[in-house]
Design a protein around this ligand. Structure first.
Ligand code: BMA
Length: 335
């Protein structure tokens, strides 16, 4: 069946059998955060100086499922962990950016490059959505290195330079150029210094993903394997027949996580991609009781020395979760 925007209805989706939701899910919920958010989700996670560190998104300070406030109450929280599963949440949110133009900062992604921790983030401004990159040495002070033009977000940095350049994946929003509807794709740019970005190339078009009809965008920062850069992406399908599915009057989208492998030397080239989702919303904390149900939004991916891959994701825009898989199984899915 076709919609008036040429969107084919996707239908039922299932998660891959190689991925396992952690029994401790959700790892973080609003009740774990001492300054009262109603939603805790879309975290960036990295291993930094011997610990796991997480910067997570908090929304709607005073809201409940019944009373939804504007999104301007978003802030970022910080947590540390010794095992990547049990998290010690810090008492205060981190980094409020006081700038006339900035409405809110959200969806952080962390990448360690040469021992320093960089954070990509989305910024709603009075003149559009921008993607920013900052560096921090203490998770208290964040120095902004670059800000994109609108509209762009979901930036993630590769953990090392490729061909001498820093590289990022990103998802610009070309509304006019894509027929006036959401048809958002995944792009790649490089930079000599993390400040000036260019050489932009298309990596993954939404039409290339069988379980998306609306948008695809970067998930967690890629991890390096001998076969290529392994990376998650979010894939969105819309069905206008969907109605109320969360705290809002209507929510018609579903966010799943996909996985692909990019060429080590030319990461704009896809070596392989799973044609079915890695994670589709199925667990109770992904499909019910949240602000926007049926949302899986990967933002952190860690390759352990054992070959286990930890994938952190926001669920239902309300809680933060973990799923694990063996790196060889993930590579087999792509190839
Ligand atoms: C996107 C972003 C994400 C969010 C998702 C689902 O546009 O705002 O932060 O998780 O929508 O609501």
């Amino acid at each position: 069946m076709s919609l008036n925007t040429n969107q084919t209805i996707i239908g039922q989706l299932h998660s891959s059998s190689v991925i396992h939701r952690h029994p401790a899910n959700p790892l973080l919920s609003p009740k774990d955060v001492p300054y009262g958010p109603a939603m805790v989700f879309n975290a960036g996670v990295a291993k930094y100086e011997g610990k796991y560190v997480m910067v997570f998104r908090n929304d709607y300070g005073n809201a409940t499922a019944e009373t939804i406030e504007p999104a301007s109450t978003t802030n970022l929280g910080l947590a540390f962990s010794d095992d990547g599963v049990h998290w010690d949440v810090q008492q205060q949110p981190v980094w409020s950016w006081n700038d006339e133009e900035v409405v809110r900062v959200y969806d952080p992604r962390l990448t360690v490059i040469d021992g320093r921790c960089y954070m990509c983030f989305a910024v709603d401004t009075k003149h559009g959505v921008r993607g920013g990159i900052a560096v921090t040495d203490d998770f208290n002070r964040f120095d902004v290195l670059s800000m994109s033009v609108p509209d762009n977000r979901n930036m993630v940095l590769f953990p090392e330079r490729i061909g001498g350049k820093y590289v990022r994946l990103e998802r610009p929003f070309p509304v006019y150029g894509r027929g006036g509807v959401d048809r958002f794709d995944t792009w790649l740019s490089d930079s000599p210094d993390l400040c000036y970005w260019g050489n932009s190339k298309l990596v993954l078009g939404v039409e290339d993903v069988p379980f998306a009809n609306d948008k695809v965008g970067p998930g967690a920062p890629p991890i390096k394997t001998a076969q290529g850069w392994l990376t998650t992406f979010h894939a969105v399908d819309i069905d206008r027949a969907r109605g109320k599915n969360g705290w809002e009057p209507a929510w018609r989208k579903r966010y799943s996580a996909g996985i692909m492998l990019l060429d080590l030397d030319d990461p704009s080239r896809i070596v392989g991609m799973s044609r079915t989702p890695l994670l589709a919303p199925e667990a109770e904390y992904e499909t019910s009781g949240g602000f926007r149900n049926d949302v899986i939004f990967p933002g952190g991916m860690i390759l352990e020395p054992s070959g286990e891959v930890k994938i952190y994701y926001g669920a239902a825009d309300t809680v933060e979760c973990l799923a694990t898989a063996d790196v060889d199984d993930l590579l087999r899915l792509c190839l």
